[in-house]
Design a protein around this ligand. Structure first.
Ligand code: BG6
Length: 503
């Protein structure tokens, strides 16, 4: 491989408040949607039906939320305890620094700053917590990259206003953004608005604070498939909120930059049939839609037909289109985990699949233990496609492998499978850079074991740092270095030149 990584390339790792902090009821924090994400046990998989081992918990119904509030002891809700980062941030950041991190992507818990989401004044204890975290990063020469909302809308906004279905939530979000931009001016150079904004299609509760009536349907990957009117309205409001955040960022801290975050779903046609290729085009549109608006500043032409044929009407305020145009992002970020396979559905303009994992297997790819296809070349294709479309600098805000690790008595894990995944993806990212794609950094998802977003399991581990906790919070929470810890250190030290797994 050609030596590709530019000087100053931002190597690091990514996390989210709701998956690491815990302390859900400490420091004046209010409840968030993530506090209502149940653990998916094998029993639930068996009784409710599993799709590729992945039964989402987070499309909660009103009944489920009410019961979780009334009888919390009945439910396992691991995100409430996270991995204790709220108290261990110094130790954890020191370990990231030991690996040589240049960047640490983390998120602010909105309900730590505004417990109800829309309070008049912020909670000083919450603000002070992130001051300490950012100071700690800078002490180690690590640049924080901060997501404003990562699947944790304040519960009050979800219950009372239907989350982002309401413009009240947009106003509350903008107030929150203004508050943190002013407070952390000079401390945070890189901001992201909403994590995986397209996730509203599959996880409307966590992503946008939408709560539907009736129990989720079993035996499907997406218990609330459909509801397109509500989902596209909510996402319109989120895109306006995102644009307003970018405008505020430029006003308040002209030195800072604000990006977006898309879960990029790269699609392959199942066959060479033109119909299958057409299906790829359709499904791609439901993925590009979000970044087309956030990067180009206007609704793309292709959504009109879908909206018309499905009687979807987006309620807009007078200057929404202008705001979208003015608030385009400075850079684009993506999560990349896998690729999808498409087969013609026989519809002129189909609905989005809204799937987390492709239902058609790609026989050419291996899969992770959770049925996620592993496709490093797909990563290079993705990066080229994005750059070709937007010509904006790209940051990889997530890429990683969730696996079951066996730690020895000292907490050491010989995770060559993770090293192999990392090596092959970094190689392809290098190829993309050599292709001419402007990539300025890479954050491994979950540098430290954390609670899974999709299933709330702890045993689905991504980390290079092992955390001695199980799905139910049993264990010492002790942090130990895995083999991949030393590998990533070597990668960063050599700025991506030494990718050999020598030991
Ligand atoms: C992304 C999310 O969807 O994928 C993360 O932004 C999440 O929050 C990651 O953890 C991996 O998914 P999971 O379900 O394996 O945790």
């Amino acid at each position: 491989m050609t030596k590709t990584f530019p000087k100053g390339f931002l190597w690091g790792g990514a996390t989210a408040a709701n998956q690491i902090e815990g302390a859900y009821n400490e420091g004046g924090r209010g409840l968030a949607t993530s506090d209502f994400a149940r653990l998916i046990t094998d029993e639930i998989r068996e009784t409710e039906g599993a799709f590729d081992e992945h039964v989402p918990h987070n499309a909660a119904s009103a009944e489920m939320v009410a019961d979780m509030k009334k009888n919390p002891e009945k439910w396992a809700l691991p995100k409430r305890r996270g991995i204790g980062f709220y108290h261990t941030y110094k130790e954890d950041i020191a370990l990231f620094a030991e690996m040589g991190f240049k960047v640490f992507r983390l998120s602010i818990s909105w309900s730590r700053i505004f417990p109800n989401g829309d309070d008049d004044t912020p909670n000083e204890e919450g603000l002070a917590f992130y001051d300490k975290v950012f100071d700690e990063c800078h002490k180690h020469g690590i640049e924080p990259m901060v997501t404003l909302c990562h699947f944790d809308t304040p519960l009050h906004l979800a219950e009372k206003y239907g989350g982002f279905l309401s413009r009240h939530t947009v106003d509350a979000f903008v107030h929150y953004v203004e508050t943190v931009l002013k407070r952390y001016k000079g401390k945070v150079k890189y901001w992201l608005t909403f994590n995986e904004i397209n996730n509203v299609l599959s996880n409307p509760f966590t992503s946008s604070g939408l709560i539907f009536d009736g129990a989720p349907t079993a035996n499907t990957c997406n218990p609330y498939l459909g509801h397109w009117q509500e989902k596209f309205q909510a996402v319109h409001n989120q895109m306006v909120a995102s644009a307003l955040a970018v405008i505020k960022c430029h006003e308040i801290d002209p030195e800072a930059k604000m990006g977006n975050m898309l879960c990029r779903l790269e699609n392959y046609a199942e066959s060479t049939k033109p119909e299958d290729q057409l299906q790829v085009l359709f499904e791609d549109h439901f993925n590009w839609f979000f970044t087309d608006v956030q990067c180009k500043g206007k609704y793309p032409y292709y959504m009109k037909r879908f909206f018309d044929e499905n009687a979807i009407t987006i309620a807009m305020e007078e200057n929404d289109l202008e705001v979208l145009q003015q608030g385009t992002v400075d850079f684009i970020t993506i999560s990349y985990y896998m690729t999808y396979v498409m087969r013609f559905k026989g519809e002129k303009v189909p609905k989005p699949t809204g799937r987390l994992v492709s239902d058609i297997k790609n026989p050419n790819l291996e899969m992770s233990g959770w049925g996620w296809p592993i496709d490093p070349i797909g990563f290079r294709i993705t990066l080229n496609h994005i750059y070709d479309r937007y010509q904006l600098p790209i940051f990889i805000s997530e890429n990683g492998l969730g696996a079951i690790d066996q730690a020895d008595a000292n907490g050491y894990v010989e995770d060559d499978y993770r090293i192999d995944y990392m090596k092959r993806h970094i190689e392809q990212m290098g190829e993309a850079i050599t292709d001419g794609v402007d990539i300025f950094g890479y954050a491994w998802w979950g540098p430290i074991d954390l609670i899974s977003s999709g299933t709330s399991e702890m045993k689905k581990r991504y980390g290079m740092i092992y955390v001695d906790l199980d799905d139910y919070g049993n264990g010492t929470a002790k942090r130990t270095r895995k083999k991949s810890f030393y590998y990533y250190k070597q990668v960063i030290e050599s700025n991506g030149e030494n990718l050999e797994n020598n030991s």
